[in-house]
Design a protein. Structure first.
Length: 156
C-alpha cells in the first residue's frame, strides 16, 4: 500500500466518523511506521532482484522481498481494523517518518557498499572484513536501528 493510498484511507476514516478519535498506542504508531519502512525495503529488494546478477543472488532478493511483504500484510491486518477509532494524524506522521528513515537508510547502504567495496581486502578473509566494514558504516546512520527493528515483525 503506497503512502498516498494509506493517507487516503486515513482521511476517509477520519471524515466518516462522528466520534472523537482516540490517540494511537505505541504499537499502532510503530505499525504505521514499519508499514512504510517495509514497503520501502520490499521495493528496494525487488529492484535488486531485477538487476543482472547470479540467479542465486536474484533469488535471495526475491525471498527478502517476499518476507518484507508478508510482514506488511501482518501489520496491515493488525492496524487497518483499528484505524476507524484512531486519530490518524499521529499515524500519518509515523508513516512519513518511516518513509524518510527508509530512504535515508537505503542511501546510506548504497554509500557503504561503494565505500566498503572500494577498500582492498586480503583474499583469505575478504568477506568477513567487507561485512565488518558494512556494519560499521551502516551504524553511522541514526535511522539504521529504527529501520532494522521493523523486521521481522515479532513484536506484534
Amino acid at each position: 500500500m503506497s503512502r498516498a493510498l494509506f493517507a487516503l484511507v486515513l482521511l476517509l476514516l477520519a471524515c466518516s466518523a462522528q466520534a472523537q478519535r482516540e490517540p494511537p498506542s505505541s504499537i499502532e504508531i510503530r505499525s504505521a511506521y514499519c508499514i512504510s519502512v517495509l514497503n520501502g525495503r520490499a521495493r528496494d529488494a525487488q529492484m535488486h532482484a531485477s538487476l543482472p546478477a547470479p540467479r542465486s543472488l536474484q533469488e535471495s532478493f526475491r525471498e527478502l522481498q517476499a518476507g518484507y511483504e508478508q510482514d506488511v500484510r501482518r501489520l496491515r491486518s493488525y492496524l487497518v481494523p483499528r484505524m476507524k477509532h484512531l486519530d490518524g494524524e499521529a499515524l500519518l506522521a509515523a508513516a512519513d517518518r518511516g518513509q524518510s528513515d527508509v530512504n535515508s537508510f537505503l542511501r546510506t547502504q548504497l554509500a557503504c557498499n561503494t565505500r566498503c567495496d572500494a577498500k582492498p581486502a586480503p583474499v583469505p578473509d575478504a568477506s568477513a572484513k567487507n561485512n565488518a566494514c558494512l556494519g560499521a558504516c551502516s551504524a553511522e546512520d541514526p535511522a539504521a536501528d529504527r529501520v532494522k527493528a521493523c523486521s521481522p515483525v515479532n513484536w506484534l
